[in-house]
Ligand binder design. Structure first.
Ligand SMILES: [Fe+2]
Length: 424
């Protein structure tokens, strides 16, 4: 698989020699009779550093699609309005098995936690995608938000308008809003999905860390142009204002022969994350693990941060090494791709989820507290582990499926029941 590298780079790629115009974007006649089409990911007048757009050169413009009609998908919910009242408890879910019934990515989406409102371009949703079938002559376009895919079980072959991405567990994919894609899989597949209605994800500022570290821009990979000349009818499924719509067209939506620009799907291997932590005492706030951030108008207060807890060395002295007990104004949705999470070595299982909403206290379970309080503080490697967090300034409301669908761990709070009162 060929890729171009660099987060936010100005990419240029053509599947057919000479298909990309040189020196201008919209010549009187584009090469090979192609149609020029601009896809803007930001307002035209957004600051240069935040401006995102790509020019695509395609066999037919994407306006040739026909009229959309409603498509039912009862499990897919959008925005705080679709959530139900959610108790201020720490919440955890057992892994939800991929159903045996045939389903593709769109059919397999199960919404879990919601905030904000896509009409106001603010907030996010956490979904699971539980599916087992490839999208065949079917493409999905999400006009409501960017999609961040965190595969947990099964590898994804993602075909986008701009080319192909192979993404396996341990890697992530970032699919900008409005760009068509389809996903092929080999079997039962479980993916954590962040749908970001707010500002586009970007790399966080590094401050005193300097010019390197955390997720480095060069490790993000964009596809090269890969035109699909499959003939026959294609179905386009569009998420628009929280609802799904469908239309059919007599050609592939993946008919882009060449493109250039900085608005592009990306993949990233979390193994390349340069994890930074304490080499003295205490550990930094978990913001030190931020891979990508969707900022809001309030400085430092994210619509969504994507944070990972990858393999790393623990060396701090006179320090309780797992997370401390805490309650934060930010809301934390977590998942576990593989291995063990150090604050919850048993009950938080790969494929499971947890939610600690704003100002809901949480922290290490009794076992983790006892162990970490008494462990000799020799250098220790947390290995074979990858947990992650979608952290948002907006409190989450759960879906009926999440709260009452059967996967909620009713005994979660018991994991702290053994914490003894300190002697008076
Ligand atoms: Fe937390």
């Amino acid at each position: 698989m060929n890729y171009q590298s660099g987060f936010g780079n100005q990419f240029a790629t053509e599947a057919v020699a000479g298909a990309l115009p040189v020196g201008r974007n919209s010549p009187q006649r584009a090469p090979h009779g192609l149609y020029a089409e601009l896809i803007s990911g930001s307002a035209f007048t957004a600051p240069r550093a935040e401006n995102q757009r790509s020019w695509v050169y395609r066999r037919r413009p994407s306006v040739v699609v026909g009229a959309f009609t409603p498509l039912a998908q009862p499990w897919l919910k959008t925005g705080a309005r679709d959530g139900i009242d959610t108790p201020p408890n720490p919440l955890r879910w057992h892994p939800i098995e991929v159903p045996a019934a045939s389903a593709d990515f769109v059919e397999g989406l199960r919404s879990i936690a919601l905030n904000g409102d896509p009409e106001a371009q603010t907030g996010m949703a956490a979904h699971l995608a539980l599916f087992n079938r490839s999208m065949d002559k079917r493409a999905f376009v999400n006009a409501d938000g960017d999609l961040l895919l965190v595969p947990q079980q099964g590898a994804l072959q993602i075909r986008t308008e701009l080319g192909l991405l192979d993404v396996k567990p341990g890697e992530i994919a970032l699919l900008p809003r409005g760009i068509a894609f389809s996903i092929a899989v080999d079997g039962p597949t479980r993916v954590y999905v962040c749908e970001n209605y707010g500002a586009a994800f970007r790399l966080p500022e590094l401050g005193p860390i300097g010019s390197n570290g955390l997720a480095n821009a060069r490790d993000f990979l964009a596809p090269v142009a890969a035109v699909d000349d499959t003939t026959g009818e294609f179905e386009i499924v569009k998420k628009y204002g929280g609802a799904l719509w469908r239309a059919t067209q007599p050609h592939s939506p993946f008919n882009v022969v060449a493109w250039h620009g900085n608005l592009a799907p990306l993949k990233y291997d979390t193994a390349h994350f340069n994890t930074i932590g304490s080499i003295s005492f205490d550990h930094p706030d978990p913001s030190i693990f931020t891979v990508l951030t969707s900022p809001t108008d309030t400085p430092g207060t994210a619509n969504c941060d994507f944070v990972i807890f990858p393999p790393r060395w623990l060396v701090a002295e006179d320090t309780f090494r797992p997370p401390w007990y805490h309650r934060n104004v930010m809301s934390e949705f977590m998942g576990l791709v593989y291995g063990q999470y150090d604050a919850k070595p048993e009950g938080f299982r790969p494929g499971g989820m947890s939610l600690h909403n704003g100002m809901v206290p949480h922290g290490p379970d009794t076992e983790a507290f006892d162990k970490a309080s008494n462990a000799p503080l020799a250098p220790h490697k947390l290995d074979n582990t990858l947990a992650f967090m979608f952290e948002s300034r907006w409190r989450f409301r759960l879906t009926e499926f999440a709260l009452n669908g059967g996967a909620l761990d009713a005994a979660y709070a018991d994991c702290w029941a053994g914490l003894k009162e300190a002697a008076r």
